[in-house]
Design a protein around this ligand. Structure first.
Ligand code: NAI
Length: 265
């Protein structure tokens, strides 16, 4: 029997990229999936795609930075799909900006979506799961929660906080039978990542440079992150909580093979 049969899952930021890939993987594993994304996202397109792999699929337009909208979204999913078992708390944005040029408004925008939004979704997930004393939550952090990069001071602040939040939530919710983990994706071929190359003179060369800094010498496909998330949400990860799974092709832990040491094959 597929891993997520008869389970109800919510994925935020599900209209594209990593969230959409997780939703596809969950549907293939038999889950009923609620796709939550901004109201102006192409949720109908995402729904059509996910439905081809399984069902039922519900779409919910909501801004995760609006706590009332998040609460209403969770209530709607429970009333239309049933009790929620699994949540991929994934919606996020990236803004690249040198530290001294990062305005209060830019910082607040990042914090509103990436940190407050992740908190609101985590809180609602706990609220609906606690009465049933079971559930699994995966928060999307980033490889940039673990290592630094110029231009990402504000972004990394939000992603590092997600790891801290994950640990405390896991500590608090363990006795309720709820597991909480994070996934730390490396660079992944999504609309968000590709948008960072807008205006770059030679995007192909930049992409090649980026891949060269990864031990596996390539960037991730969204489906490769989605599979890691489904593992953490599934019963196969039944003794894993309060930690993060880094899916970054080895970037944060390995020096790519090159001229020093054993050369690349
Ligand atoms: P994406 O832009 O393709 O997808 C993100 C989705 O979230 C979009 O559909 C977007 O409209 C939605 N969204 C954004 N703000 C929202 C809000 N306030 N409320 C509801 N929905 C909202 O981006 P991608 O790359 O799939 O990113 C997903 C997550 O993965 C983000 O948290 C991002 O920080 C993280 N990440 C991405 C990496 C990459 O290289 N693509 C690397 C590491 C982490």
């Amino acid at each position: 029997m597929p891993e997520m049969t008869n389970r109800v899952a919510v994925v935020t930021g599900a209209a594209s990229g990593i969230g959409l890939a997780t939703a596809l993987a969950l549907a293939r594993e038999g889950a009923a999936v609620a796709l939550l994304s901004r109201p102006d996202d192409d949720l109908a397109g995402a729904q059509e795609l996910v439905q081809r792999h399984g069902g039922p699929v519900l779409t919910v337009g909501a801004d995760v930075g609006n706590s009332a909208a998040v609460r209403a979204a969770f209530d709607r999913v429970e009333s239309e799909l049933g009790p929620i078992d699994a949540v991929h708390n994934n919606a996020g944005i990236s803004i690249v900006s040198p530290l001294t040029e990062t305005t209060d408004e830019l910082f607040d925008t990042l914090v509103r979506t990436n940190l407050a939004g992740s908190f609101y979704v985590l809180r609602e997930a706990a609220r609906v799961m606690q009465p049933r004393r079971s559930g699994a939550i995966v928060n999307t952090a980033s490889e940039l929660a673990i290592m630094g990069q110029a231009g990402y001071v504000a972004y990394t602040a939000t992603k590092g906080a997600i790891l801290a939040m994950t640990r405390s939530a896991a500590a608090e919710l363990a006795s309720w039978g709820i597991r909480v983990n994070s996934v730390c994706p490396g660079t992944t071929k999504t609309p968000m990542f590709l948008a960072e190359f807008d205006g770059v003179a030679d995007p192909e060369a930049e992409l090649a440079d980026n891949a060269a800094s990864v031990a596996m010498h390539r960037i991730a496909e969204p489906s490769e992150i989605g599979e890691a998330v489904v593992f953490l949400l599934s019963h196969r990860a039944s003794y894993i909580t309060g930690t993060h799974l880094t899916a970054d092709g080895g970037r944060t832990t390995c020096v790519p093979a090159g001229s020093i040491g054993v050369s690349a094959q």
